[in-house]
Write a protein that binds this ligand. Structure first.
Ligand SMILES: Nc1ncnc2c1ncn2[C@@H]1O[C@H](COP(=O)(O)OP(=O)(O)OP(=O)(O)O)[C@@H](O)[C@H]1O
Ligand SMILES: Nc1ncnc2c1ncn2[C@H]1C[C@H](O)[C@@H](COP(=O)(O)O)O1
Ligand SMILES: [Mg+2]
Length: 207
């Protein structure tokens, strides 16, 4: 386990319930395969998968006023406010803290400030899985997924916006955590199983 997972230091603003949690950030472009790999990690290692996009879509599906506001942002491929998504993740983590073997935080941080705020309010990650695919690959995967996903953001124009935002806002997150030595870059161009064999090596390096 990396140092950030078990420091035992717990400033009062963090939740006591989460102070010993193993936290893995799963970062990559839209359609790179983050969710697909997280499902396989859950199957083999039993971690808790929390996708920021899934949490937001659940709020949209609830029909709440907040969900309507979020839907308008997500349809354009833009980022929702930091406090909104961070509070949702923290609540979901606390709800699972007593039974979780570790958390896969998929789709967060999307920008460096999200990482900084997460660490202040929740804790430090011990690993960042960087799921790296080419823009053409991500585009093709999302266009195909859009045939059946029902996701309002799997459309040509919104995919273009999401890719642009990924390169501008999220790629700097990788550099930020590279400085800490916790980034494992995964070549996501191969089959799901080929990608997973790299992911599994990275997870096992923690144990
Ligand atoms: N290695 C792979 N080879 C081919 N197709 C893949 C691979 N990994 C995932 N896919 C497919 O690509 C699409 C996008 O994958 P997935 O939903 O896991 O991506 P994501 O990174 O979670 O995307 P988003 O950021 O939009 O949530 C899905 O239809 C999935 O089945
Ligand atoms: N971490 C996030 N910050 C802001 N907005 C987010 C975050 N995670 C998801 N979102 C919004 C914006 C994205 O385009 C959609 C879909 O997310 P995805 O990870 O592709 O399922 O939700
Ligand atoms: Mg996903």
């Amino acid at each position: 386990m990396g140092a950030g997972c078990s420091s035992g230091v717990c400033p009062s603003r963090k939740s006591d319930k989460l102070k010993n949690s193993k936290i893995i950030f799963v970062v990559g472009g839209p359609g790179s395969g983050k969710g697909t790999q997280c499902e396989k990690i859950v199957e083999r290692y039993g971690f808790t998968h929390l996708s920021s996009g899934d949490l937001l879509r659940a709020e949209v599906s609830s029909g709440s006023e907040r969900g309507k506001q979020l839907a308008a942002i997500m349809e354009k491929g833009e980022l929702v406010p930091l406090d909104t998504i961070l509070n949702m993740i923290k609540e979901a983590m606390i709800a699972k803290a007593s039974t979780s073997k570790g958390f896969l935080i998929d789709g967060y941080p999307r920008e460096v400030r999200q990482g900084e705020e997460f660490e202040k309010k929740i804790g430090a990650p011990c690993l960042l899985l960087y799921i790296d695919a080419k823009a053409e690959t991500m585009l093709m995967r999302l266009i195909k997924r859009g045939e059946t996903s029902g996701r309002s953001d799997d459309t040509a124009q919104t995919i273009k916006n999401r890719l642009e935002l990924y390169y501008k806002a999220t790629e700097p997150v990788i550099a930020y955590y590279q400085g800490r030595g916790i980034v494992r870059k995964i070549n996501a161009e191969g089959s799901v199983d080929e990608v997973f064999s790299q992911v599994a090596n990275a997870i096992e390096s923690l144990q």
